[in-house]
Design a protein around this ligand. Structure first.
Ligand code: PLP
Length: 321
């Protein structure tokens, strides 16, 4: 029996060109030449850890800048450790494979890089021990993940962030993104752009795939790493920029839900999301309901740095070509 035509029409083609180079099992191969088995453990049980890395194309310099790749692979190693897995290469090797991959694909646009370490055993049985692992990296041209210019409207999700006691949010585990997907779709289908998710104990944790900062009375505040957040690479960069360039303090403390309604500025940040100003939460304007002044300043510093324009932040990026 075939798939009915309606369902067939709804299936989207992959966003990646079939001839794109990927790094698979220690070698470079074409995207379409790699096949995973139907029984692949990670596909059924979410037993994988991954990363999302960006590279930014600078037209003026004819150069592609890979952003904070080593920090992402270091985090991946820590995520793997939580899941009783081991990355098969050093961070330096992984950064070099990534550069080689981007060179082979000859990108002249912004790119997203996705490494995945996954349980590749083709067998039934939920566990972490005595299973095979595999590793790949693919890359794909990539623009905005969420809006960054006019600001976004968020809802506080009815879903709670996965707690450290059951599925550690600080590890980037594939399975935990089912929770993020529940929150994201609930928000988008209710007419919002993005979800803000509370921890099980009711504090603001993060967006569906972004960390969160708010500005209140001249101080930036971001949830601490103990409020079930992913310890974001972008979050770390912004803490430094806010302190050093905006000369404002950054407090890492728990945030109540209603502080989202009473703060002066709010933003979500992440490799995918970049810096996304939040202008409304639960139908209440944030500040004056427009993109905040400090958020705009942060965006301008961030977007300059990631495209290799700022000598001070040269160490954020590696030129690929
Ligand atoms: C759940 C979650 N929180 C936060 C972030 C932001 O992390 P980073 O800045 O390292 O991309 C991401 C993005 O990967 C994420 O998936």
């Amino acid at each position: 029996m075939g798939v009915d035509t309606k369902a067939k029409a709804a299936v989207k083609k992959p966003a990646v060109h079939p001839n794109t180079w990927v790094f698979y099992e220690g070698e470079f191969a074409r995207y379409n030449d790699v096949r995973l088995g139907l029984m692949t453990h990670a596909l059924h049980y979410g037993t994988a850890v991954f990363e999302g890395i960006r590279a930014y194309w600078n037209e003026k310099k004819s150069q592609l800048y890979l952003l904070k790749a080593a920090a992402h692979y270091d985090r991946m190693r820590r995520s793997a450790n939580v899941m009783r897995m081991e990355l098969p290469f050093s961070t330096e090797e992984l950064v070099n494979f990534t550069i080689e991959l981007l060179r082979r694909n000859e990108y002249k646009s912004d790119v997203y890089v996705r490494p995945l370490l996954y349980t590749s055993s083709e067998e039934i049985g939920v566990r972490l021990h005595n299973l095979n692992r595999s590793f790949f990296i693919y890359s794909v041209p990539f623009g905005k993940y969420v809006e960054t210019d006019g600001g976004i409207k968020c809802m506080v999700s009815t879903w709670r962030r996965v707690p450290d006691q059951s599925l550690p949010a600080r590890a980037k585990i594939s399975g935990s993104y089912a929770q993020a997907a529940l929150a994201k779709s609930e928000a988008v289908e209710a007419g919002y752009d993005e979800a803000i998710v509370l921890s099980v104990d009711g504090h603001v944790s993060e967006g569906s795939a972004e960390n969160l900062f708010m500005l209140k009375d001249g101080e930036f505040v971001t949830p601490p790493v103990t409020d079930d957040i992913l310890e974001g690479v972008t979050r770390q960069l912004l803490i430094k920029v806010i302190e050093e360039e905006l000369n404002l303090p950054v407090l890492q403390r728990s945030i109540d839900r209603t502080e989202l309604y009473t703060c002066d500025e709010l933003l979500l940040c992440g490799t995918g999301a970049q810096i996304s100003p939040v202008i409304e939460v639960d139908r209440r304007p944030v500040g004056n309901g427009k993109v905040g002044e400090f958020t705009q300043e942060l965006q301008s510093i961030y977007f300059g740095a990631v495209r290799g324009e700022t000598p001070k932040y040269k160490d954020w990026t590696i030129p690929v070509y």
